[in-house]
Ligand binder design. Structure first.
Ligand code: GLU
Length: 502
């Protein structure tokens, strides 16, 4: 085995990819790229009963939207494929036979009722039922039956292969983040590794594949830490070199306690998927649809459980690769803060290349069927940029550059449109009419001059014009807005406000 860093993201296609899974994928990707290694996608689809149509596609599209390109995987191939466990059954069969030949696994024939009864009895005595070295001799398996009986029952099918957990031993494992983690083998079950229908269970396929795919580091969520003892023992049983294990800290609910779950999105009002997920006839929006830039989401997620070791917060994917190291992973849970996520998005929008923002604005306007003059888009994009939090605001925050206001903010009308408003507005429209060069700078000079001579307060004049042009008292730089919409539109909008207040 070479020393090349090879990591894998190994989701089960039992539903859409959620942000917790995406963060696991991200840390694997960053670690691989930082170390000039390979990032592998392996689909763990051994549990056919839990298979959800469309989830594999969702995983692939989500990774690709975030720019986490895989080096090997179901769609890319690679030397150590196939990359879907359902296509690797021959390997699992060979390896389970090997494990039995090594006397590290055995065949068990216990019926569901027998096991339920045994469980029931244990529970009656206030004990947890465990099937292992302490009691496996009481069950129906290849260790208690003779060869002929065993062979006969194997022929009949319906058996399972169990791991022969060593008796009464401390299983000393290492996790890069936590150091030594010890499991007592007396508390470990003889886990089912393989079923007679030809399907391995998660644990077995996972370990067999990590070894056969030359995985150097297993980086996965903390929820898999309890499985580490068994996985460790499996490596030992096969006498395989172990990968390094890294169990990432949990992502916690916004309230700070408890693991973030898929249901929390609805509860707290934020997306939990990178991109939309269609379920029956319902579409659940993801971060993409909610107006997030993939780079911003990735940056935000990168800081859930990792820190760069300095004050820097904003990173492109490239910069994250350079900055990433396992050393700076935290081992306590990271609270999910949606407001902070929005703030990251806002910051990333500020950093977007000019052309990119124009392209996004253009797409948004087209989708919303808004007519625009392409020559103005670059100016407009820059004018609205400082106020954008989400890309979904592109059209709403630029609407007034293309159309007169649909309505006027009631409070603003009340505040500004007293009995003199009509005459003030008409004077303002005259002022615009007389402004020969209708450019921001000239408009400003002309308005200043006009307010000085007419006695109308400059601030009030600005308010009235803004209300007429935008429909409310916020928006981009007013003089630039006037320049973009042009003299005619400006005058027409003032007249429209006059009609409105009349
Ligand atoms: N298939 C497991 C999952 O869905 C993989 C766990 C691991 O990375 O070992 O998360």
């Amino acid at each position: 085995m070479s020393n090349k860093v090879r990591v894998r993201f190994a989701p089960s296609p039992t539903g859409p990819l959620h942000i917790g899974g995406l963060r696991t994928a991200l840390f694997n990707y960053l670690f691989a790229k930082k170390n000039k290694g390979d990032f592998i996608l392996r689909i763990e689809d051994t549990d056919q009963a839990r298979y959800v149509e469309g989830s594999e596609k969702h995983i692939l599209e989500s990774l690709s939207w975030c720019g986490l390109n895989i080096d090997e995987g179901p769609t890319r191939g690679g030397e150590l494929g196939p990359y879907k466990q359902s296509e690797r059954k021959k390997l699992y069969k060979d390896q389970i036979d090997r494990l039995m030949a090594l006397d590290k696994a055995y065949v068990a024939f216990d019926s569901k009722e027998d096991l339920d009864n045994a469980r029931h009895n244990s529970e009656k005595n206030g004990e947890t039922f465990i099937y292992n070295a302490l009691n496996r001799q009481n069950f129906k398996n290849s260790l208690t039956l003779n060869k002929e009986e065993t062979a006969k029952l194997i022929k009949k099918g319906g058996y399972v292969v169990r791991f022969k957990t060593p008796a009464e031993r401390d299983v000393i494992c290492y996790d890069v983040l936590r150091g030594k983690v010890v499991f007592s083998s007396s508390l470990m079950d003889d886990k089912v590794l393989y079923k007679s229908d030809g399907n391995p269970t998660y644990h077995f396929a996972n370990v067999v594949d990590d070894f056969h795919m030359n995985i150097s580091h297993v980086i996965r969520g903390e929820e898999w830490l309890p499985s580490l003892g068994l996985h460790w023992l499996l490596y030992e049983a096969f006498e395989w070199r172990k990968p390094k294990f890294v169990h990432l800290p949990l992502i916690l609910k916004p309230v700070g306690k408890g693991k973030l779950s898929k249901r929390d999105g609805e509860k707290f009002g934020f997306p939990v998927f990178p991109i939309k997920w269609s379920l029956d006839n319902q579409i659940i929006d993801g971060y993409k649809e909610a107006g997030f830039l993939p780079g911003a989401l990735v940056n935000f997620l990168s800081l859930l459980g990792w820190n760069p070791g300095n004050e820097k917060e904003f990173f492109t994917l490239e910069q994250l690769i350079n900055a990433f190291s396992l050393k700076n992973l935290n081992n306590s849970g990271a609270r999910f803060d949606h407001e902070k996520n929005i703030w990251f998005n806002q910051q990333h929008i500020q950093g977007l290349k000019k052309e990119k923002l124009v392209e996004l604005l253009k797409t948004s306007l087209e989708e919303n069927r808004i007519n625009f003059d392409p020559d103005n888009l670059a100016t407009i994009a820059e004018l609205i940029r400082p106020r954008l939090n989400l890309l979904t605001e592109l059209t709403s925050s630029s609407f007034y550059f293309f159309n007169k206001p649909k309505s006027y903010n009631v409070k603003a009308v009340k505040k500004l449109c007293g009995s003199n408003a009509t005459s003030e507005l008409l004077k303002l429209s005259c002022c615009f009419l007389e402004t020969n060069v209708f450019k921001a700078k000239e408009i400003k000079i002309s308005l200043e001059h006009f307010t000085k001579t007419s006695g109308l307060n400059f601030g009030k004049a600005l308010g009235l014009v803004r209300l007429a042009v935008v429909g409310k008292l916020s928006g981009a730089d007013l003089f630039m807005t006037l320049e973009v919409i042009g003299k005619n539109s400006a005058i027409k909008r003032i007249e429209a406000l006059v009609s409105h207040i009349k």
